[in-house]
Design a protein around this ligand. Structure first.
Ligand code: ATP
Ligand code: MG
Length: 253
């Protein structure tokens, strides 16, 4: 807001207002990997803004840079060039320790292969991020509420290996929500599930979105990508299409 009485162009004001609403703001981000003697450009000068409350699906061929993009946004991986700003925090020059703390408190991550800790019970898996973040008050009750919200209230004391794939993914979603993240990142969350379980997981993700969580999801499933409000297509490390679904646009918030 301009409180000083100095003149500000409306366009500048508008762009400042928009900037403050950005959950993800990538500016000219490049990530290269060395592969033997060759260099692979996994992300090639990508700029991308995603606003609070949006639901974005990322699609594209294998190797097009989708996971790399997610890993840069969650701070699991670092850009070689460009600026990475997520939830108002500049990730560029943060140490790995600070990144891990920031991620644990702000971002929920769901993977294709669930990645639950095999020696911990389902409840313990959900409590782990709370312990790591030091947010331990009422942690067991919270874990049980989360497991009930993904419809596996009866499986808290089981080991992950005693759950079906669909149940494991729901447990992984409960874990991702442990610290009430503003941003949920999911890399092929239904990639390892049959159709019925895939749809169940999708419905949970949609419910989270309607309740205000910003969602960024990679999927190979065209039908599922059509349920997102915005669909971004990648090829060779670049964004080649950015489509907003007009039908879902009105229901965005
Ligand atoms: N750690 C790494 N070391 C070397 N090359 C990598 C690494 N991670 C990714 N790459 C390469 O970067 C490119 C993009 O990979 P990325 O995993 O982002 O693709 P993707 O779109 O997620 O593919 P998929 O759909 O198969 O998961 C690929 O060519 C991949 O081989
Ligand atoms: Mg991938």
């Amino acid at each position: 807001m301009n409180l000083t009485g100095t003149e500000t162009q409306p366009t500048q004001q508008a762009s400042e207002a928009r900037a403050s609403n950005a959950v993800i703001d990538l500016d000219s981000v490049t990530r290269r990997y060395a592969a033997g003697r060759r260099v692979i450009t996994a992300l090639d000068n990508v700029s991308l803004r995603i606003d609070a409350g949006d639901f974005v699906a990322i699609v594209g061929a294998s190797g097009s840079g989708k996971s790399t993009l997610l890993n840069i946004v969650s701070g699991i991986d670092a850009a070689d060039a460009g600026r990475v700003r997520v939830l108002g925090t500049d990730l560029n020059d943060m140490s790995e320790d600070r990144l891990a703390t920031w991620r644990g408190r702000n971002v929920g991550i769901v993977f294709q292969f669930f990645q639950l800790m095999p020696t911990l019970t389902v409840r313990e898996n959900v409590v782990l991020p709370m312990d790591l973040a030091g947010l331990t008050e009422g942690k067991w009750a919270r874990a049980d509420r989360l497991l009930a919200s993904v419809e596996i209230p009866h499986l808290g004391n089981n080991l992950p290996s005693e759950l079906s794939g669909g149940e494991q993914q729901r447990a992984a979603i409960a874990r991702a929500l442990a610290n009430d993240p503003a941003l949920l990142i999911a890399d092929e969350p239904t990639g390892n599930l049959d159709t019925v379980n895939g749809l169940l997981v999708m419905e949970i993700i949609e419910r989270l979105w309607r309740n205000g969580t910003t969602v960024l999801m990679v999927t190979h499933d065209v039908q599922l990508s059509l349920r997102a409000r915005r669909r971004i297509t990648m090829r060779d490390g670049r964004i080649i299409e950015d489509f907003t679904n007009p039908k879902l646009d009105e229901h965005a918030r």
